[in-house]
Design a protein around this ligand. Structure first.
Ligand code: FAD
Ligand code: 8R5
Length: 474
């Protein structure tokens, strides 16, 4: 029996969110067609072969679980149990993210994750057309124009119900904007990023290694640093981070202002190899010997831009809806862009599958539920940049973290650090943000003028926590 027309859905973009959503919708009996600009990464490789990884947290795992994919991803995920902070002298220290190894985040290869999701979508029945770029939409005729990268031809297709999962630079968003004002605002952060690489230990020349690392290499060890951490080199207005890849390398990212702040380093002034070299030698001396190609990487790799995208409207009645980065691109500092997008996909698939009414109502309901949450994670991601680059080695901040652990242990029903709510639960981001503000206020008052945990009035702390509403079940 043919499916009714409303069961036909067209997705633009088969990135992380599009491929997961295609899987979820196909599994729920929708007829799903996806148009993806790039060639099939399972045939042609990914991003020129560079290893780029992402941090996967509970919200992201949940999306994979609903799609039945945890068993496919778990074997390629590397556990990160905390931040490993590298000070200027090269000493490191681990700050755990959670109570124990049940509260950790995971580093996953973007390419492998995307390939697994594409295969799952096709297995569930979705049709994916690669090398097909959305160019424009004829809204009156309900047709979309695609450019076929393989033969260079331009063709028109019936549009039907459109879902935009085509990322931060969304072509569908642009086409929607051409007919209706979506209330778009792009807030540029003024900082950019550059990706570098620490190769597997076995590929590093002995001459560059410390005696301890030379021994580790001789023992056959795979990683040049602690593999089970998210490494951070906090330096005030800028920082480096590194996430482990399963094969032994690390992807290092430098986050830096575009132009100087108080005469500090910036992308605009790192314009010669000598300037880059002097900067790294001064600020990231312990990482330099582990990155034999960093000068070439720095010159060759593009500088990424960082911005937050806000839209007042995500849909054109029942014809088109944006989700994932296309609707709400955020800065990366909470590692939640994909995690949030996966939450979008699960929510939308549920709404579409249970709804018997008008698609426009479903889209409006989706926006009503998700927008407060994407606004909240956008704000918390901005906060976390300051925390990562400037606060993680500050004594007052460390005392607040220490107190937070004590309070969470004493009052598990009432105190949960904001980082934990965001990362280890699926409580709404908007809840994490308001609760986080209340808790931060409480911590600030308790640590004011105090130098150590012993000086803090725990009875007063207990009373303050008791005044918070109990946490929802999670
Ligand atoms: P994308 O994954 O960008 O996918 C969009 C897809 O649409 C692409 O396949 C693209 O080719 C396709 N497309 C674009 N235009 C067209 C067109 N005109 N026609 C057809 N197809 C088109 N998030 C985390 O949660 N944790 C992390 O640790 C993390 N790290 C990140 C590291 C980096 C370097 C970057 C850049 C982002 C990171 N993010 C992370 C954010 C995360 O990558 C995004 O939030 C997530 O990929 C969004 O998924 P998406 O499907 O909406 O967009
Ligand atoms: N995205 C991340 C965190 C929080 C870590 C913490 C931070 C690189 C472009 Cl910057 C960043 C986090 O608070 O200790 N979890 O996961 C991922 C991050 O950056 C990713 C890799 C990134 C965009 C470049």
């Amino acid at each position: 029996m043919p499916l009714p027309a409303s069961r036909d859905i067209t997705l633009i973009g088969a990135g992380l969110v599009g491929a997961l959503l295609a899987t979820l919708l196909a599994q729920r009996g929708f007829r799903v067609t996806v148009f993806e600009r790039r060639p099939d990464p399972r045939v042609h490789g990914f991003l020129g072969g560079r290893s780029i990884n992402l941090a996967l947290a509970e919200r992201g795992w949940h999306g994979l679980r609903v799609a039945g994919l945890t068993d496919a991803i778990a074997p390629i995920a590397v556990m990160m149990r905390g931040r490993r902070i590298h000070d200027a002298a090269g000493n490191t220290q681990l700050q755990r993210y959670g109570r124990d190894d049940s509260e950790v985040i995971w580093s996953v290869s973007r390419g492998q994750l995307n390939c697994t999701l594409l295969t799952a979508a096709q297995k569930a029945g979705a049709t994916i057309h690669f090398g097909q770029r959305l160019e424009q939409i004829d809204w009156t005729g309900s047709r979309l124009q695609l450019h076929d990268d393989r033969d260079g031809c331009v063709r028109w297709h019936d549009a039907g119900v459109l879902l935009g999962t085509d990322g931060a630079g969304s072509a569908l968003r642009q086409a929607m904007q051409a007919t209706t004002d979506l209330g778009e605002r792009l807030d540029s952060l003024g900082h950019g990023y550059k990706e570098l690489e620490i190769p597997p230990l076995q590929q590093l020349p002995d001459a560059a290694l410390t005696p301890a690392l030379r021994e580790a290499k001789a023992r056959g060890e795979g990683f040049a640093m602690d593999p089970n951490a998210l490494h951070i080199w906090p330096r005030g207005n800028y920082m480096c981070i590194a996430l482990p890849n399963a094969e032994g390398s690390f992807t290092v990212t430098l986050f830096l202002p575009g132009t100087p702040i108080n005469d500090g380093p910036a992308f605009s002034t790192l314009d010669t190899r000598e300037a880059v070299q002097a900067f790294f030698a001064r600020d990231f001396a312990d990482a330099v010997p582990l990155m034999p190609d960093y000068l070439d990487d720095f010159t060759r790799n593009p500088t990424g831009l960082l911005a937050t995208l806000y839209l007042e409207r995500w849909h054109l009645d029942g014809r088109a809806l944006l989700l994932g980065d296309a609707a709400h691109a955020i800065v990366p500092f909470h590692g939640q862009g994909m995690n949030c997008g996966f939450e979008d996909a699960v929510e939308l698939a549920d709404l579409l599958a249970t709804d018997r009414g008008d698609t426009a109502d479903v889209f409006a309901e989706f926006q009503r539920r998700r927008k407060p949450n994407s606004d909240a994670i956008a704000a918390m991601a901005l906060d976390n940049y300051v925390e990562m680059r400037d606060r993680v080695d500050d004594p007052e901040y460390l005392l607040m973290r220490e107190l937070e652990r004590v309070l969470a242990a004493r009052h598990p029903q009432r105190y949960l650090p904001r980082y934990s709510i965001v990362t280890f639960t699926r409580l709404p981001y908007a809840f994490a943000r308001t609760r986080g503000e209340q808790q931060a206020q409480l911590l600030r008052e308790l640590v004011r003028g105090k130098a150590s945990l012993g000086e803090i009035d725990l009875a007063a702390a207990d009373a303050a926590v008791a005044a918070l509403a109990p946490l929802p079940a999670h």
